[in-house]
Design a protein around this ligand. Structure first.
Ligand code: ADP
Ligand code: MG
Length: 941
């Protein structure tokens, strides 16, 4: 009977990483029983709550026990690996014993804790190893009339290729997925290793992980984009009853769920690498379709067949499997968006319903058939005792048949035993190699690999034996290292009595503790070594030099932060520190993280560009968005990548999202190059190519306040690039003027800008010249244009292109008119700056449109600003052309009337002044005559 049940979903939140701690991150997750709440760090009042089957608080309240295991610090508030296994792992085991298929998926962004829950680290073993160990433990305690068969397989899906992690030889193009009527989809040729104890599985996992690490570096791949699938096939053969129960357990550590958001308005010309993450996208589609189906909607098609992963998981999702998903989340404020998206994904997943059945495997059927047939045969044989019931030849045939069938049963047994034996032998060889490695670690200094993915760190060790050891890609080296930017003969290590030095060969890249080295350099215990573009190693000195120091602090982040610091880049540098509570702004921290994350990718891309002879140089830049904010607030910073062509000096600016997308496409191309295939691509699909474009060079802020007081401003100001460095100086004048363009004088100054309210305000922007344009110094064939946008204008205005001259004369004046100055416009003038952008033209690019198309003009040809939106034609539903001219006519009429009134007013004021003057004169003379008369009076008295 099928058992309908929903996918069980658990959320787990991890502790802060060191990086998050250093950055003073805040925790945005809280949990209460099985509900999980997340608050928006930018709007803390906004809380969203989700309810799942289980919620694991693994963020705080723990301590490390003497074995290094994280356990609850008393209050039971912390969920450790043991608790997670108890709820989820035991369920998987129970299902397996009953003969159900079981699937466990870990979903979440890179670094959220998927591998920690699935595989684990050191003493904190995850679900997979504990499930395997418990399975063997339970087998030991079972009755003896049962036989067990366990096989283990481990594969990786990268770029839709299936790589067998237990096979020494890598098949180009990966293994094929095939479909079978009975077993559904399966991987053809995948190594299924029979195991009869846990130690064997432990070694296999270690071996698989090594393979994964080597494959990642050799293929220049990113492990966070790959899925790892471990499959345990568990068969129980009940000898007495001749029944077989079979269960397939899939344990899936999915690729990082993060999406590259395309920032700003810029979209990449090339679509995302077609096969990159296809599996994860399809998984999302399958889950959505299944979730919709479960809520009663009619779903016609579930796209299982669209990707490798969904083919393999077909029965786990919406089929014959009991399925569990762990949604791993980061607690940090800067991961808010990703965490929220993970919780939403999990919410959809929990709606899926599966129909799990106890598996009647082909073996079981075979046994059952054999048993039935034997019974029949036996009863017929019994009949033989009655002579005459059967003929002699018939008896013979029956005996033969019986023997054959019994052989069938035995051969199943024999095959299994011999496979097990072969695996045991292989395992012993492996074991000897591992034992030897342990011994070497105690004798020699060595390089320990450090990977971006902590799961793949400390996996490979390269021993530096006495004398000198050559290192590089060539197999003739003592230390064979594959990786981007590593040459055949890359460097030499010498070990003289435990004193180790590193000497890179000519032009070979080597960095020690953040600084590039060229000559012989002495290494000290725990030095950080980077060879080629991004192969990182921790140097572990000879045993005598070693200390008790915990090596875990030298993780990938440590390496990258050290490199960034050597380049003069840090959080403090970005202005994150300081402030009231000395907490860094999450936005600034995000930029710092981006920088650290992109740094190695840029190094890799430069290397690929060099090898593929693309002649392009890539550099990381931090763009200060304050320069594009008209109020000058230090809003945000953004990472971008500047691309320069080494020979033509052409420049492109890529957003982070575009760069990451291109990098994956470049990797695909590079892989083809490495495999000796033709790497010629059309310009249109070349990830290194883009049409030549206009480049934003810098901006200046010119405050508009003077216009609000009708005062002229003559400004000479620096155009600063996104790093705050001077790109050029621009001479610009803002001049209040009359409607016919006469510049107003001092007499026209207003004391209060509100005096201009409702009046016609005219002004001119005059761009005189630019001085010392760096862009024009750097290369020939370049030009510039200057652009700006005033208040509510629908578009930017650009000056005509100026070519070649480093101090180009521009001399362009534009006249603007606010016909009926609004309060908002006057306010804008007082509080905002005009952002003046400097644009760089290069050979072959299309210049910015310097016409006045799309702008509303007065009959005199001046540009109308402050065009009241409430009265726009569209809003009132009138024919735009007529409506605008009608409005304009009315405005002019009103203005004329006002002007008339003003004239009258002015005349009155003049009269008034005249009268006052007369009065004053009269006053004085009257006073004099009054005095005189008084004197006379007194005389008369
Ligand atoms: P993912 O596989 O999702 O990329 P990992 O499982 O490798 O992420 O976890 C990233 C880091 O966080 C690792 O250093 C790991 O040790 C740590 N971590 C993850 N989950 C936990 C947890 N529950 N408790 C302690 N540390 C954790
Ligand atoms: Mg992982």
């Amino acid at each position: 009977m099928p058992n309908v049940d929903s996918v069980k979903v658990a959320v787990r939140v991890r502790p802060f990483s060191q990086r998050e701690k250093d950055a003073g991150s805040r925790c945005v997750i809280s949990m209460n029983s099985n509900s999980t709440s997340i608050y928006d760090p930018r709007n803390p009042g906004l809380v969203k709550t989700f309810t799942f089957d289980l919620a694991y608080w693994s963020h705080s309240g723990f301590l490390k026990d003497k074995n290094g295991m994280l356990v609850s610090a008393g209050s039971n508030s912390y969920a450790g690996q043991r608790e997670v296994f108890r709820d989820l792992g035991e369920g998987v085991l129970e299902n397996a014993w009953q003969g159900y298929n079981a699937t466990l998926l870990a979903y979440g962004q890179t670094g959220s804790g998927k591998s920690y829950s699935m595989i684990g680290y050191g003493a904190n073993r995850g679900i997979v190893p504990v499930v395997c160990e418990e399975l063997f433990k339970a087998i030991q305690n079972q009755e003896k009339n049962k036989q067990y068969q366990i096989t283990f397989s481990m594969l990786e899906i990268y770029n839709e290729q299936v790589i067998d992690l237990l096979s020494k030889t890598r098949k180009p193009g990966g293994l094929k997925i095939r479909e079978d009527q009975q077993q559904g989809f399966y991987v053809d040729g995948l190594k299924l290793v029979p195991c009869d104890n846990y130690a064997q599985i432990e070694r296999l996992m270690e071996q698989g992980n090594k393979m994964r690490t080597t494959a990642t570096t050799t293929m220049n791949a990113t492990s966070s984009r790959s899925h790892m699938v471990i499959t345990i096939q568990f068969k129980q053969i009940f000898l007495d009853e001749a029944v077989t129960k079979q269960s397939v357990i899939n344990l899936v550590d999915l690729a990082g769920s993060e999406r590259q958001k395309s920032s700003g308005s810029e979209k990449d010309r090339l679509k995302e690498g077609t096969r990159v993450n296809l599996s994860l996208t399809t998984l999302g589609n399958v889950i959505s379709a299944l979730a919709e189906g479960a809520t009663g909607k009619k779903v016609l098609h579930i796209p299982y067949r669209d990707s490798v992963l969904t083919k393999l998981l077909q029965s786990a999702l919406g089929g014959n499997s009991r399925t569990i998903m762990i949604a791993a989340v980061s607690p940090a404020d800067i991961c808010y968006e990703e965490t929220l998206s993970t919780l939403r994904y999990a919410e959809r997943t929990k709606k899926i319903r599966n129909k799990a059945v106890v598996n009647a495997s082909p073996t079981e059927k075979l046994t059952r058939e054999l048993k039935a047939e034997n019974t029949k045969l036996l009863s017929r044989l019994a009949g033989l005792r009655n002579p005459g019931t059967l003929a002699a030849d018939e008896t013979q045939e029956l005996r033969y048949l019986l023997a054959e069938k019994e052989q069938g049963i035995q051969s199943v047994q024999v095959t299994w035993e011999s496979r097990l034996q072969a695996a045991r032998e292989e395992w012993e060889q492996q074991y000897a190699a591992i034992a030897q490695e342990r011994q070497m670690m105690e004798t020699f200094p060595y390089l320990l690999n450090i990977n971006e993915d902590p799961q793949l760190s400390w996996v490979l060790k390269h021993f530096i034996q006495d004398g000198s050891s050559e290192v590089g890609q060539s197999t003739s080296n003592a230390i064979i290292l594959r990786g981007l930017g590593i040459l055949d003969k890359h460097a030499t290590f010498t070990n003289a009595d435990g004193k180790v030095t590193l000497t890179p060969h000519d032009k070979c890249k080597a960095i020690v503790n953040g600084a590039p080295i060229t000559g012989k350099t002495k290494l000290q215990h725990l030095d950080r070594v980077i060879l080629g573009s991004n192969s990182a190693f921790l140097y572990v000195g000879p045993p005598a030099e070693r200390t008790d120091e915990d090596l875990s602090r030298y993780d990938y982040d440590f390496f990258q932060s050290e490199l960034a610091a050597a380049e003069g880049f840090s959080v403090d540098e970005l202005g994150a520190a300081g402030g009231k509570d000395s907490r860094a702004d999450p936005g600034v921290l995000a930029v710092f993280h981006d920088y650290i994350k992109l740094m190695p990718l840029v190094a890799e891309v430069n290397q690929m560009s060099e090898e593929l002879k693309k002649d392009l140089k890539f550099e990381l830049k931090v763009k200060n968005l304050a320069s594009t904010d008209s109020r000058g607030y230090d809003l945000q910073k953004e990472i971008m990548v500047k691309v320069t062509h080494a020979t033509t000096n052409q420049v492109w600016v890529w957003s982070k999202a575009k760069f990451i997308n291109r990098k994956f496409l470049m990797e695909e191309l590079y892989q083809r190059f490495q495999e000796g295939e033709d790497t010629h691509v059309n310009q249109d699909s070349d990830p290194f190519w883009d049409p030549v474009e206009v480049v934003h060079l810098g901006s200046a802020h010119v405050w508009l306040q003077s216009l609000a007081y009708c005062v002229q401003l003559e400004e000479q100001t620096e155009l600063l690039n996104s790093e705050g460095l001077e790109e050029a100086v621009v001479l610009i004048n803002l001049s209040p003027c009359s409607r016919d363009g006469r510049i107003l004088g001092e007499d026209d100054t207003v004391i209060d800008p509100l005096e201009l309210l409702g009046r016609r305000v005219d002004f001119q922007i005059h761009i005189a010249e630019c001085l010392g344009v760096k862009w024009l110094q750097d290369a020939v064939g370049r030009g510039i244009q200057i652009g700006y946008r005033v208040y509510d204008l629908p578009r930017f205005l650009y000056t005509k292109p100026a070519w070649k001259n480093v101090n180009p004369k521009i001399e362009e004046t534009v006249h603007f008119s606010a016909l009926n100055a609004s309060y908002e416009f006057l306010n804008y003038l007082q509080e905002n700056a005009l952002i003046v952008d400097l644009w760089g033209l290069q050979e072959g690019c299309t210049a910015m449109d310097c016409s006045l198309d799309g702008l509303l003009l007065t009959p005199e040809g001046t540009i109308i600003v402050d065009n009241p939106k409430a009265l726009t034609a569209n809003d009132v539903g009138l024919d735009p052309a007529n409506h605008v001219s009608e409005l304009y006519r009315k405005l002019l009429q009103m203005e004329e009337e006002t002007e008339l009134l003003r004239e009258i007013n002015r005349a009155l004021r003049e009269d008034n002044l005249l009268l006052k003057d007369k009065l004053k004169k009269w006053d004085t003379s009257h006073h004099e005559s009054l005095c005189l008369s008084q004197v006379s009076i007194s005389c008369f008295c």
